[in-house]
Ligand binder design. Structure first.
Ligand code: CA
Length: 255
């Protein structure tokens, strides 16, 4: 399957700096988005350190299968699934190490979503936090990740509705992030992609400004032009107020 992609990140209309980081490494079929948190530009550092560490680990483990593995090998995951899980844990450790050596970064953390191409037509997905991965297939957009956020926990236990969550004062509280603790639980899944599938990786600066129905409508109208579709989504999020940094990464598969 051939891959075309487009990554766009934008500061938005309200924030001074952009704490999101986006990274594409098509040679390794790796795509990563991270949304950093922390004062004094620490959020920018956290997200950048994380995406660079994920990329580094994937490159290091691309050829030689006999390298020393820094984490327990998960028998339930494929080799590439293990590489991706370990890459996220490696990134978590890198963020923690950066915090430990530089006092001004204390308390910084970051979300991460990542896609790694696997054997045959599989792709491995990993996520921590409230950044998301969606799949557009046959004109229907489906969210593949489940936010690690306080409001999503409330939705899942039936306490509040998705509509209430959109405006809830605690909507920005994430319950899992890189940089919080040494032990990190990473959500992983494997998807078999089909021709014309498109994956959307994004931060909450997009999904708090646009509903899933709107994302679907505009993606369907603009694709297969990934350049146009990604720029358009960012533009729409800004038109709605651009209250946070906005990152859109589209990955399109064709036969
Ligand atoms: Ca954000």
């Amino acid at each position: 399957m051939k891959i075309s992609y487009k990554a766009v990140t934008d500061v938005g209309r309200r924030r001074k700096g952009n704490e999101d980081s986006v990274h594409a490494n098509p040679d390794h079929r790796l795509f990563v988005v991270a949304d950093g948190m922390g004062g004094h530009a620490a959020g920018e550092v956290a997200s950048r350190v994380a995406v660079e560490a994920v990329d580094e680990f994937i490159r290091l483990t691309a050829g030689d299968r006999d390298i020393t593995w820094p984490f327990e090998f998960d028998e339930n995951l494929s080799h590439d699934g293990n590489r991706l899980q370990a890459a996220i844990r490696f990134a978590n450790q890198r963020v923690l190490d950066t915090t430990a050596t530089q006092a001004e970064y204390e308390g910084m953390a970051t979300t991460v979503v990542a896609v790694l191409g696997g054997e045959a037509d599989t792709v491995h997905l990993a996520h921590v936090g409230d950044s998301r991965i969606y799949l557009l297939r046959g004109g229907t957009l489906r969210q593949l990740t489940s936010d690690h956020s306080w409001v999503n926990e409330q939705i899942l236990s039936g306490v509040i509705s998705p509509d209430q969550a959109r405006t809830h004062p605690l909507r920005n509280v994430v319950t899992r992030a890189l940089g919080s603790r040494t032990e990190l639980l990473v959500d992983l899944q494997t998807v078999t992609v089909e021709p014309n599938d498109v994956l959307l990786l994004c931060t909450d600066g997009l999904t708090t400004m646009l509903t899933d129905d709107e994302l679907q409508e505009h993606l369907c109208a603009d694709l297969p032009d990934v350049d146009k579709a990604s720029a358009h989504l960012v533009e729409l999020a800004n038109e709605r107020g651009g209250e946070d940094n906005i990152t859109v990464l589209l990955v399109q598969f064709t036969s």
